[in-house]
Design a protein around this ligand. Structure first.
Ligand code: NAD
Length: 266
C-alpha cells in the first residue's frame, strides 16, 4: 500500500507575488513552515523585505524582491534574482492584485486597463518567467493563480475584476495542457471574502456606491450567500495553497478550487 501524501515543501523554491500583505503573505508563511524557500515578490519592496525578515526570524528561509508584475523587465529581473540565489523555481503563486469598484458607465478606461494589467498581464508575465526555469531542467513545477469566487460569479460594480478573475481560469487551463507533458501543474484558488486591506477598503466604498451602511455591505453583500455568514481567512486560503503545491501528481491539475464558506458551489 502506498503512503498518504505529506504536506512538505522541503527543498522547494516558491515565488509568491503580492506577498508583502494579506493572502500572499499567509501563503508565504505557510510554505516556509512547510520547508520551502520563499521569495516575497511585491511592488512594495520595503514590505517584501520586512516580511522576508519576519519569516526568517520565525525559522524559515525567505528573500524579499521588488517586482512590478505589470512590467516584463521587472518580473524577469526578480525571477532571475531568485534563480541566482536558489537555483530554480518550483512553485509560482501569482497572487498580486487590486480592486476597483465602480458601475460600468463610470468605470474609467485607465482603471480598467490598470486592473487587467495587474491581474492578467501579471499572471502571464510571471508564468512565462517561471516556466523558463521549470522547463529548463525537466523538473516541472506548480503554478497557482489567485482567482476568486468572482472567477465564477458576477457582482455589481466589479466589471474589471470579474473579467480578470474569469480570465485566469482560461490561462490556468491552457497551462495545465501545455505544461502537463513537462511536469507543470496549474490551479486557480477562488476565495470568498477575506478581511485583508483589499477588502477593508471596499467596505466603505461599496456602502457609498450602494447607499447602505457598512454593516449591511458585510451582511447583505459580502457574506449574503455563505452558509454561515463567516469570512474566509488568510489561513484557509494558505492551507489550500499548501495542499495544491504539495500534491504529488498531475492527477490534480487545471482545477479551480473554491474556498468561500459555500458562497459558490461547483
Ligand atoms: P492585499 O491588498 O492585502 O495584498 C495585495 C498585495 O499585492 C500588496 O502587497 C500589494 O503591494 C501587491 N501588489 C499590488 N500591485 C502589485 C504589482 N503591480 N506588482 C506586485 N505586487 C503588487 O490583497 P489580498 O486581499 O491579499 O489579495 C491578494 C489576491 O487575492 C488578489 O489577487 C485578490 O484579488 C485575491 N482575492 C482576495 C480576496 C479577498 O477577499 N481579500 C478574495 C478573493 C481573491
Amino acid at each position: 500500500m502506498s503512503e498518504n501524501m505529506k504536506l512538505s515543501l522541503t527543498g522547494k523554491t516558491a515565488i509568491i507575488t503580492g506577498s508583502a500583505s494579506g493572502i500572499g503573505r499567509a501563503i508565504a508563511e505557510a510554505y516556509a513552515r512547510a520547508g520551502a524557500r520563499v521569495a516575497i515578490a511585491d511592488l512594495n519592496e520595503a514590505g517584501a523585505k520586512a516580511t522576508a525578515k519576519e519569516i526568517e526570524a520565525a525559522g524559515g528561509q525567505a528573500m524579499g524582491v521588488s517586482m512590478n508584475v505589470t512590467d516584463e523587465a521587472s518580473v524577469n529581473a526578480a525571477t532571475a534574482a531568485v534563480i541566482k540565489a536558489w537555483g530554480r523555481v518550483d512553485i509560482l503563486v501569482s497572487n498580486a492584485g487590486i480592486q476597483i469598484v465602480n458601475p460600468i458607465e463610470d468605470f474609467s478606461f485607465s482603471d480598467w486597463k490598470k486592473l487587467l494589467a495587474i491581474h492578467l498581464d501579471g499572471a502571464f508575465l510571471t508564468t512565462k518567467a517561471a516556466l523558463k526555469s521549470m522547463y529548463a531542467d525537466n523538473k516541472g513545477g506548480v503554478v497557482i493563480y489567485m482567482g476568486s469566487v468572482h472567477s465564477h460569479e458576477a457582482s455589481k460594480l466589479k466589471s474589471a475584476y470579474v473579467t480578470a478573475k474569469h480570465g485566469l481560469l482560461g490561462l490556468a487551463r491552457v497551462l495545465a495542457k501545455e505544461g502537463g507533458p513537462k511536469g507543470v501543474r496549474s490551479h486557480v484558488i477562488c476565495p470568498g471574502f477575506v478581511r485583508t486591506p483589499l477588502v477593508e477598503k471596499q467596505i466603505p466604498e461599496q456602502a457609498k456606491e450602494l447607499n447602505i451602511s457598512e454593516d449591511e455591505v458585510i451582511r447583505n453583500v459580502m457574506l449574503k450567500d455563505t452558509v454561515d455568514a463567516e469570512f474566509t481567512t488568510v489561513e484557509d486560503v494558505a492551507n489550500l495553497a499548501l495542499f495544491l503545491a504539495a500534491f504529488p501528481s498531475a492527477a490534480l491539475t487545471g482545477q479551480s478550487l473554491v474556498v468561500s464558506h459555500g458562497w459558490f458551489m461547483n
